[in-house]
Design a protein around this ligand. Structure first.
Ligand SMILES: NC(=O)c1ccc[n+]([C@@H]2O[C@H](COP(=O)([O-])OP(=O)(O)OC[C@H]3O[C@@H](n4cnc5c(N)ncnc54)[C@H](OP(=O)(O)O)[C@@H]3O)[C@@H](O)[C@H]2O)c1
Length: 200
């Protein structure tokens, strides 16, 4: 499968490495343009390419991994999503730690807000609860597999992400809808930053 990433930083690279290791192709994109990713693409090796956000967004499965304030500009000009699956790995930091400011969205969860900006996309919230180094690490540990929480409103999309992440070694845990599961997973929720293992 071809996976596209919107953003090519810590999270996108960590997910890309798992995907490439299991034989997927990954098209990464950033703000500064594909040329700025040449060294990274070389390092990632066969199967990795750099492209524009519009090209990356045309992949069968797309990972959204940009800072919260950059989301509208990143996705604003993209064509209709036409049912494609988007993994929303973002956290709603208006400014990051050590002086965090968190976006206030009223009733909406972060991923419901993200989904509202992605017409026609099937959004699955995943990876946001883990620090980048735990996304990047081998999820298979002596004592068990790293839990990967996910939430979404489309069962087939969640099944696709579940299957893919399980193949990488994670232990996916479906928490329900973007409203209910998303609230548990987002900043301030009880599962945000929770690193836990599932017994084999
Ligand atoms: N880092 C973590 O441990 C972690 C863990 C879980 C979730 N998250 C969340 O995941 C998201 C990404 O975090 P990160 O640490 O991976 O960020 P990062 O390393 O700062 O990378 C951000 C990426 O977004 C790109 N970008 C910014 N504006 C863009 C645009 N308009 N179009 C296309 N690409 C654009 C940047 O491109 P340029 O380099 O060209 O500017 C960069 O490649 C954030 O929402 C964060 O809260 C982070």
């Amino acid at each position: 499968m071809r996976i596209g990433t919107l953003g090519a930083g810590t999270v996108a690279q960590a997910i890309a490495r798992h995907a490439l290791a299991s034989g997927h192709q990954v098209t990464l994109s950033n703000r500064r343009g594909p040329a700025a990713l040449a060294e990274l693409i070389e390092e990632l090796g066969p199967g990795a390419t750099a492209a524009t956000p519009a090209q990356a967004a045309s992949a069968e499965l797309v990972v959204l991994a940009v800072a919260w304030p950059d989301i509208p500009a990143t996705v604003g000009g993209l064509p209709h999503w036409d049912g494609r699956v988007v993994i929303d790995a973002t956290n709603q930091f208006l400014s990051p730690p050590p002086s965090p400011r968190i976006a206030e969205l009223g009733d909406l969860t972060g991923s419901e807000y993200v989904a509202s900006l992605l017409p026609g996309a099937r959004v699955v919230k995943a990876f946001n609860t883990l620090h980048g180094r735990y996304i990047a690490a081998d999820p298979v540990h002596h004592a068990g597999r790293q839990l990967l929480f996910l939430a979404g409103d489309d069962p087939a999309a969640k099944a696709q992400v579940t299957e893919m992440a399980a193949a990488w070694g994670f232990a996916p845990v479906d928490l329900g809808s973007l409203r209910e599961g998303g609230r548990l997973m987002q900043l301030g929720g009880p599962l945000s930053g929770l690193h836990a293992l599932k017994q084999h």
